[in-house]
Structures are given as structure tokens and as C-alpha cells.
Write a protein that binds this ligand. Structure first.
Ligand SMILES: Cc1ncc(COP(=O)(O)O)c(C=O)c1O
Length: 407
């Protein structure tokens, strides 16, 4: 029996990502393919690089896409910047800090971690103190950790790294596009993201930007694979231990040499280009402000429904909130009811928060007035069905008030 053509149900994805893509992103992804070195393709790659310089707020020439989900970007950055035995410092304040440490360990780094309780961020002084003690080559720090919803302030960290001769990398997968990000001003050497959060696309492409200093490290480890290597190409003895994620070869693919390293994922390129185009057309600051208002409206709404919010609200990302599941409400069953009856998806949680909180996102295409109000109305109905005492219409009204005040 051959299954029918793909026909997904209508869903409003209001979890911590993936979220519903902008319709224009889906349209862009149905555009016809062209060849890998078609002038249209190379021009599209160059346009995409320039659009992402806008998204990252950077002048970095080395701004491009890694084919793969967000962790492909993370892995490319870490494996290319870290030599075996290098010390890497990872401040961990949620699941994704553990992921950075895990990837650095697999790159044979000497990994040092410091930990903040889930629901909090690090004071800058704690990170500086650890840098002084550990003397790492690289600081790897998540900006927004979706597992806890926290947004680590980064604005003072770059200057500290510069003073101590440390490369500064951040994973901005969950935060880019919905929260302030200033790659150059904050002194970042490397930053990576994904499309499936505030950028409003599907997962499968990882935007990355590298400072000239990071490019120098990558270039010092240059090795081009046999078969496409040319006489005079350098072959460093401490070459990057991954072929797919070797940023040196990937830079040469995106650069004037157009090294035939991999076959660019054309459809993802179209999608990534459209995500950035949508953002730059609306305006970077306007998009962040839209996320800020949607996040504030959702926060006011869940609080007005009587739900307790997890973590330090002052450091919450704009685009996701974690709410404690009320006593007596079966978390997974209620989430399933929201999906089945309303077509709305919200998120469960990991680690110490599993079964304790739901995570509700307002990002990308869904950082929208109607999406916020619809989700709150449905949540209210489901909570009441499972026995929680919730004020009628309270969540929707509180969120609508935020929107009215912001208008
Ligand atoms: C902060 C952060 N880093 C990394 C990832 C991993 O992303 P992916 O599943 O696209 O590889 C996620 C996914 O939620 C994330 O939120």
C-alpha cells in the first residue's frame, strides 16, 4: 500500500520550537532547483550572506550557513576552533550548555564547566572569575537556553574574553531574531543559530558568523581533502578532525574559490534566505520588538490564568515562557488535548523540569496577536476541563491589555 501525498494537519506550533514557518519561507522552499555553480546559485549564496550580516548585526565577511540542524553549526564552530587538549570553559545553565560541553569533549578539548541553577543566568563576574581560573582557549556559552527559557546577558563578556585572550563563542539558536543580538558590539568570535525558532523557518540550516580572529584560527588548521587539493594548498598537522564540519573548507566553498566541498542544500538555502529577508524587510529591531510584546502578552496571560512562571522572569527570553503545571492537572494528557481539540502544540520539558513545566513559545511567524490570544483561550479551556480553577477570559484579557497598551 503506497501512502498518499504528504498532508499534515493544521497546527499552531506554540512550543519552544520548531514553530510554524512564515508562509513565504515555505513558498521560497518550493522554488525550482538550480545547479551548484549556476550563477543564480552563487549570487543567492552571496545575497544570503549579506542578509545574515544584517540578522547577526555584524560586518564579518565569514557569515554563512552550515547545512544541518543547529547542532551542526555548534559542532562546526567547536570542532574547527578547538584543538585536542585545548581548554574550553562552558558555563551551564540548562540542557544546551551540557550539549556544548559534550561537543567540546568529543572534540577532545579539556572541558571545564561552571553551573548555575536551572531558571537563573550567570552574573558576569562568575564567568570572569572562571575565565581567570581556567584560562581557556574558548568560552562556549549559550545565549538563550530553551530548556529553562533563560537569556544569558552577553554584552560585557566579549570585552572580558578579549582582555584574557579567550575566543568567545555563543549558541544563539533559540534567541536570535527574538532578542537583542549584537555580534560585533559584544565582541563575539563565533555565533551559530538555527531557523526553527525566532527566524521562522524549518530546522535544517544553521547560520554562522565568525570574526576575523576566529577565521585566522580556522585558517591556521587548513587542510583540503585529496581529490580537490591543489598544489600549494596548506596541510596543517593539527587539521580539523571533521571533514563535514571543517570551517576552512566550508569557507572556501562559500568564498571566491568555490571549493567543491559539499553540495549546498539548495532548498534550505532558499528557506534560510527568506527567513533573513523577512526579518530585514520588517526591520531587525521591529521584529525583536514584536517578540518582546508577544512574550509580555503571553506572560501576562498565563499569570492571569493563575499559572506560576518558572525561573527568573527578569532574564527570560522574549520568545518562550515556562509555566508550572498546576497541581492535579495531568501535564501530558492536557497537552495532548490542546493538540487534539485545538491543533495547538506547546512544549514539555527536559531534565529536572520534566513533568513540572510546560513551555509556551511566541516566536517567528507565531509572535502574533491572534496566535497569543488563541493559545490562551484554548489553554484556559483545557485547564478547566482538567479541574484547574481558572478565571473565565482572564488570560485573553490580560494579553489583549498588553497589546492595547503597546499599540
Ligand atoms: C539553545 C539551543 N541549542 C541547540 C539546539 C539544538 O538544535 P537542533 O535540534 O536544531 O540541532 C536547540 C534546540 O532546541 C536549542 O534551543
Amino acid at each position: 500500500m503506497i501512502p498518499g501525498p504528504i498532508d499534515p494537519p493544521a497546527r499552531l506550533l506554540m512550543g519552544p520550537g520548531p514553530i510554524s514557518a512564515y508562509p513565504s519561507v515555505l513558498r521560497a522552499m518550493s522554488a525550482p532547483l538550480v545547479g551548484q555553480y549556476d550563477p543564480f546559485m552563487t549570487a543567492t549564496m552571496a545575497e544570503t550572506q549579506e542578509l545574515y550580516r544584517g540578522v547577526w548585526n555584524t560586518r564579518n565577511e565569514a557569515t554563512l550557513l552550515i547545512d544541518g540542524t543547529s547542532r551542526a553549526g555548534i559542532e562546526a564552530a567547536i570542532v574547527s576552533l578547538v584543538r585536542p587538549g585545548d581548554r574550553v570553559l562552558v558555563p551551564v545553565f540548562g540542557r544546551f550548555g551540557h550539549l556544548l560541553a559534550e561537543i567540546a569533549e568529543r572534540a577532545l578539548a579539556e572541558v571545564h564547566t561552571i553551573e548555575a541553577p536551572w531558571g537563573q543566568v550567570f552574573p558576569t563576574s562568575a564567568i570572569e572569575e572562571a575565565i581567570v581560573r581556567v584560562k581557556p582557549t574558548l568560552l562556549a556559552l549559550v545565549q538563550g537556553d530553551t530548556s529553562t527559557t533563560m537569556n544569558q546577558p552577553l554584552d560585557e563578556i566579549g570585552e572580558i574574553c578579549r582582555r584574557h585572550g579567550v575566543l568567545f563563542y555563543t549558541d544563539a539558536t533559540a534567541s536570535l531574531g527574538g532578542n537583542a543580538f549584537d555580534a560585533d558590539e559584544w565582541g563575539l568570535d563565533a555565533a551559530t543559530a538555527g531557523l526553527q525558532k525566532c527566524l521562522g523557518g524549518p530546522s535544517g540550516s544553521a547560520p554562522i558568523t565568525l570574526s576575523p580572529c576566529a577565521v585566522e584560527v580556522v585558517r591556521s588548521r587548513a587542510r583540503i581533502e585529496a581529490g580537490i587539493r591543489e598544489p600549494g594548498d596548506p596541510t596543517a598537522s593539527d587539521f580539523v578532525r571533521s571533514n563535514y564540519f571543517d570551517l576552512g573548507m566550508i569557507l572556501d566553498y562559500w568564498g571566491p574559490r568555490r571549493l567543491n566541498h559539499h553540495t549546498e542544500a539548495t532548498t534550505m538555502l532558499y528557506g534560510a534566505r527568506e527567513c533573513a529577508r523577512v526579518m530585514m524587510l520588517e526591520g531587525r529591531d521591529a521584529v525583536i520588538a514584536r517578540h518582546e510584546v508577544a512574550g509580555r502578552a503571553m506572560l501576562a496571560g498565563v499569570q492571569a490564568l493563575g499559572l506560576s512562571v518558572f525561573g527568573d522572569i527578569a532574564h527570560k527570553m522574549n520568545n518562550v515562557v515556562a509555566v508550572e503545571i498546576p497541581e492535579g492537572v495531568p501535564g501530558d494528557t492536557a497537552r495532548a488535548a490542546l493538540l487534539e481539540d485545538f491543533g495547538i502544540e506547546i512544549g514539555t520539558s527536559f531534565g529536572p523540569l520534566h513533568g513540572r513545566v510546560w513551555r509556551i513559545g511566541t516566536m517567528g511567524f507565531n509572535a502574533r496577536h491572534d496566535a497569543v490570544l488563541t493559545t490562551l483561550a484554548a489553554l484556559e479551556a483545557v485547564l478547566r476541563r482538567f479541574g484547574a480553577a481558572v478565571p473565565a477570559g482572564g488570560g485573553v484579557e490580560a494579553a489583549a491589555d498588553v497589546y492595547r497598551a503597546a499599540a
